[in-house]
Design a protein around this ligand. Structure first.
Ligand code: ARG
Length: 451
C-alpha cells in the first residue's frame, strides 16, 4: 500500500540507527530466543531456526568487530539486522519477524539493555561505598565540625560522614533492585499492540532471556516506558547524591575551609592564574546532575498524554536513558577515585575545632541530665555562649564561677563534657556519631562489602 519515494529529510528525521545501534547485542539475543521458540511451536523447522540463529551470530560478530555497515535508510537497528540476515540466508530470514513487531522488539531490547545497565551501575555504587569505607581506617578518630544551615553545629567523626554517604548509596542500590523487578518483564509476543494469532510460547522466550515474567497486557507493554523512566529516576537520585558530595568537598577544599586536599590527578590548573588547582571533576559531577535531571524531565514529558498503544514518540526515550547511564557511570567511577585519594588536612581541622561552640549542645544535655527542663537548659547555655563569645574564648575557658552564676548546679564536672573530644565521647544513641556506635557501623559496612 505504501508507494512513492520518501522525502530524504524524512529519512534523516525518523531514523534511530545512529543511536539505537547500541542495542544490537540485545536485538540479536532477543531474535535468537524468538527463532528458537518459533521452532519449538512448529512455526519454523529446526533447520530454519538454526540457519537464522547462525546468521544472527555472524552479524553480531561483524558488528562487534566494526565491519558491519549500518544504513540510515533502513531506519533502525532492528531493520538493519533483519535485512542483513535476509541478505545472508535468503528467504528463511524473512520468516524471523513472524509473531512479533518492532514495537515489542524494541521494548524487549531496551529492557535487556537497561537490565545490564542496572547491574553495571549497581557494581559502581558498591565500588564507591568501598572507597568510603576504605577511608575509615585512615581517618579513624578524626573529628570534623558537623553543619546545619552550613553553620558549625556539633562535632562528628569523619567516619560518620563517610558512612552517611554509604547509606545514601545503599538506598540507591535498593531502588535499583526494585526497579529491576519491573524492567525484567518480557514484552516480546505482544506484537504490534494486540498480540498475535501465531502459535508462540512467551514463557519459553522469557526463560531463555532471563526475564522474571511476561507482560500480561499487550496494549500496556506496547504503550509504556515506565520501566525506563523509573531507571532514569533512580539515576537522577544517584546523581543528586553525588552532587551533594561534590559540593561539600568543593567547599572543604577551598582555602576558606581547608579541610581537604584533593588529588591533583583529578584537578586542573588555570590557564591564567598559575597558583590555581581547580576541582573540575567535582564541579562537573555537580554540573552533570543537571543533564541527568533534564533527561528524566524529557522522558516524563515524552509520555505525557500519549494515547495507547505504540507511538513513534517513544523512539525519543533511548538517547535520554543512554546519556543518563553513561553520565552517572562516569561520575561514580571518578567519585570513587577521588574519595579514595583525597587527604584530610587533620591539623588545620583540629586547630579550628574550638570555633563555633560545637560542644554547646552536649553541655545543654548535661544540664538536662541534672534535672533542668530542656527549654530552661537551652536558655542557660545560650547565655553562657554569649558570655564566651564576648570574651572570644571557647566554653571550656570560662571560669567555674561563670558557670555557677549561670546555674547553681553546675560544678567543676562541666569541664568533663566540654571540648570537642569529650563532647563526641558523650554521645550515646543508636545512629549517632558516638565513637562506639560508629565503630560498630564501620564493622558492619566492612562485613557487608566484603566481596
Ligand atoms: N525505532 C523505533 C523505536 O525506537 C522502533 C520501531 C517501531 N516503529 C514503528 N514504525 N512501529 O521506538
Amino acid at each position: 500500500m505504501f508507494d512513492g519515494e520518501t522525502d530524504p529529510r524524512v529519512e534523516k528525521f525518523t531514523e534511530s540507527v545512529s543511536f539505537d545501534h547500541r542495542l544490537y547485542a540485545q536485538d540479536v539475543r532477543g531474535s535468537t530466543a524468538h527463532a528458537r521458540m518459533l521452532a519449538k511451536t512448529g512455526v519454523l523447522t529446526d533447520a530454519e531456526s538454526l540457519q537464522i540463529i547462525d546468521g544472527l551470530e555472524q552479524i553480531a560478530s561483524e558488528i562487534a568487530g566494526g565491519s558491519f555497515v549500518f544504513r540510515t535508510e533502513l531506519e533502525d537497528v532492528h531493520m538493519n539486522i533483519e535485512r542483513a540476515l535476509i541478505d545472508r540466508i535468503g528467504d528463511v530470514g524473512r520468516k524471523l519477524h513472524t509473531g512479533r513487531s518492532r514495537n515489542d522488539q524494541v521494548s524487549t531490547d531496551f529492557r535487556l539493555w537497561i537490565r545490564d545497565a542496572i547491574d553495571t551501575i549497581d557494581s559502581r555504587l558498591v565500588d564507591l561505598q568501598k572507597a568510603f569505607v576504605s577511608r575509615c581506617e585512615r581517618d579513624e578518630g578524626v573529628i570534623l565540625p558537623g553543619y546545619t544551615h552550613l553553620q558549625r553545629a556539633q562535632p562528628v567523626l569523619a567516619n560518620h560522614y563517610w558512612l552517611a554517604y554509604c547509606e545514601k548509596l545503599e538506598r540507591d542500590r535498593t531502588r535499583l533492585a526494585d526497579c529491576r523487578v519491573r524492567v525484567n518483564q518480557l514484552p516480546l509476543g505482544t506484537a504490534a499492540l494486540a498480540g498475535t494469532t501465531i502459535s508462540i510460547d512467551r514463557q519459553m522466550v522469557a526463560d531463555e532471556l532471563g526475564f522474571e515474567d511476561v507482560v500480561a497486557n499487550s496494549l500496556d507493554s506496547s504503550s509504556d516506558r515506565d520501566f525506563a523512566i523509573e531507571f532514569a529516576f533512580v539515576l537522577t537520585l544517584v546523581a543528586e547524591h553525588l552532587s551533594t558530595w561534590a559540593e561539600e568537598w568543593i567547599l572543604w577544599s577551598t582555602s576558606e575551609f581547608d579541610f581537604l586536599t584533593l588529588p591533583q590527578a583529578y584537578c586542573t590548573g588555570s590557564s591564567i592564574m598559575p597558583q590555581k588547582i581547580n576541582p573540575d571533576v567535582l564541579e562537573l559531577t555537580r554540573g552533570k546532575t543537571a543533564r541527568v535531571v533534564g533527561n528524566l524531565q524529557s522522558l516524563l514529558v515524552l509520555v505525557k498524554g500519549l494515547p495507547l498503544a505504540y507511538n513513534r514518540d517513544l523512539q525519543e526515550d533511548k538517547e535520554r536513558v543512554f546519556d543518563s547511564t553513561e553520565t552517572v557511570e562516569a561520575c561514580l567511577e571518578l567519585t570513587a577515585a577521588v574519595v579514595a585519594r583525597a587527604e584530610l588536612n587533620r591539623e588545620v581541622i583540629a586547630e579550628r575545632l574550638d570555633r563555633g561552640y560545637l560542644d554547646a549542645t552536649t553541655l545543654m544535655e548535661y544540664l538536662i541530665g541534672l534535672g533542668i527542663p530542656q527549654r530552661t537548659a537551652h536558655e542557660i547555655i545560650g547565655g553562657l555562649v554569649a558570655v564566651a563569645m564576648k570574651q572570644r574564648v571557647p566554653l571550656a575557658d570560662l571560669s567555674l564561677s561563670e558557670f555557677q552564676s549561670a546555674h547553681e548546679s553546675l560544678d567543676e564536672k562541666v569541664y568533663e563534657v566540654l571540648g570537642v573530644k569529650q563532647a563526641i565521647a558523650a554521645f550515646r544513641s543508636y545512629g549517632s556519631t558516638a565513637p562506639t556506635e560508629v565503630a560498630k557501623q564501620v564493622a558492619m559496612w566492612r562485613e557487608r562489602l566484603k566481596s
